[in-house]
Design a protein around this ligand. Structure first.
Ligand SMILES: C[S@@+](CC[C@H](N)C(=O)[O-])C[C@H]1O[C@@H](n2cnc3c(N)ncnc32)[C@H](O)[C@@H]1O
Length: 220
């Protein structure tokens, strides 16, 4: 979220810094280990945003993964081409979108937003996915756990949105719990391309769910 705020408010500082970051093992390890510094939080918001973008562009399979101490620990990626660390055109396009729409970027639990969501809003939810197999560890890439109870709380939230007549769309996995929790809503199965999975068999084309409380066909 902090990175999106920087993109909205300080895109040129961000781009200038990103342009100085190099793609080699030494630079990667140095930049990755900033979060082990005692004063990491005192680094500027631009530095932290640039670091995140750099790591996601250069790490293995774009995988955001942290240790139990919340240190980013994905190894450097393997590329057959030089990864584009600073895609200036794309960064400025995102900046322009956020600025033009006066986007309000928050870092908080979705639950806290319920009362603020206007009745004519459209809510898109992209939660940590329910695991589809014992080897899929989508729920543990981050230090906080997202378990079945968290999925149930989210389903409750969606039912509350529905009661208020607010349209929502949620992406999730094809785990049985999703079919169970959202059986009263429209569930569409889509083929999605995924490059991030602990299990090689889970990479490439996989199925995902799109759950809506309105007829998705009518808007396609
Ligand atoms: C599948 S990812 C979403 C990825 C995002 N759509 C993107 O394109 O970068 C799930 C996200 O949900 C966030 N999350 C976990 N618990 C949350 C909560 N209670 N409220 C809001 N977000 C939460 C996680 O931090 C994670 O970034």
């Amino acid at each position: 979220m902090a990175a999106y705020r920087v993109l909205k408010d300080k895109p040129y500082e961000l781009i200038e810094l990103l342009k100085t970051f190099k793609f080699d093992k030494e630079s990667y390890i140095a930049i990755r280990s900033w979060d082990k510094e005692k004063n990491f939080k005192k680094r500027s918001d631009v530095e932290r945003a640039a670091r995140l973008i750099y790591l996601l562009k250069t790490c293995f399979n774009g995988l955001y993964r942290v240790s139990s101490k919340n240190h980013f620990n994905t190894p450097i990626g393997k590329f057959s081409f030089e990864p584009k660390i600073c895609n200036e055109e794309n960064l400025l396009a995102v900046h322009d979108y956020l600025k033009r729409n006066d986007t309000d970027i928050r870092c908080c639990s979705y639950v806290e937003l319920f009362k603020e969501i206007p009745d004519d809003a459209f809510v898109y939810l992209d939660p940590p996915y329910a695991p589809i197999s014992k080897t899929s560890y989508f729920t543990s890439y981050q230090s906080q756990v997202w378990n079945d109870n968290a999925q149930r709380t989210l389903a409750f939230f969606c039912r509350e949105l529905d009661k208020r007549g607010i349209r929502f769309m949620q992406s999730n996995s094809t785990a049985p719990i999703c079919f169970e929790l959202y059986k009263q809503f429209n569930i569409t199965t889509l083929n999605a391309k995924r490059f991030i999975n602990a299990d090689v068999a889970g990479r490439g084309d996989i199925k995902e769910l799109v759950i809506t409380n309105y007829d998705i066909e009518s808007v396609l």
